[in-house]
Design a protein around this ligand. Sequence first.
Ligand code: HEC
Length: 179
Amino acid sequence: MLSKADRSAAFAVAAALGLFFIGGLLTTVVPPLVDKSWSRPAPGLRPYTEQELHGRAIYVREGCWYCHTQQTRTLVSDTKRSGWRGVDSPISTPDEFVYDSPHMFGTKRTGPDLSRVGGKYDTQWHRTHFRNPRDLVPGSVMPPFPWIVNDEKEFQALVAYIQRLGRAKDWRPDKDYEK
Ligand code: HEC
């Protein structure tokens, strides 16, 4: 027996669009209405400083987000990769990103995820790495950014931004590279 959707193309298309619309509402509009914590900053999160915002603008300008994501997903491989000294990193939650507009979640993981990179390396490491990543990581496909390193103000701003990524949650076992 044929159903209504089999007999009428218009009905099939309308029903498909209707279901798609409901699915869209349930996964994008409804969740933040139900869970208000999404729009409240995480307890350890403070607004960006002037310098960090400058660094963030450089991150956008240089297209760092073409290769780097900023979200630790609910995968064991993610929490291990973003972890440090045997401690798994916490997964990313919406309250960590309330000051990010637009967000820098990214989509392509050519390089490692940077959502927990704050505090992982010191300034000198970043200086060497931006000048030529292959000096530190042989075979790295990250391009050198000498023009950033040669402009001390830009370099300091970018590092200030990098160092605060993922620090809203106090999870690192050591505080070595607290700037
Ligand atoms: C063409 C892709 C690409 C671009 C563009 C790129 N990176 Fe990378 N990045 C990588 C790869 C691959 C690695 C891993 C190897 C390495 O450490 O060099 C990496 C590593 C890193 C690391 C170390 C991460 C860790 O956990 O060890 C940082 C920090 C970083 N990149 C920051 C940046 C910043 C900031 C920019 C923009 C100025 C940038 N990257 C642009 C590909 C890229």
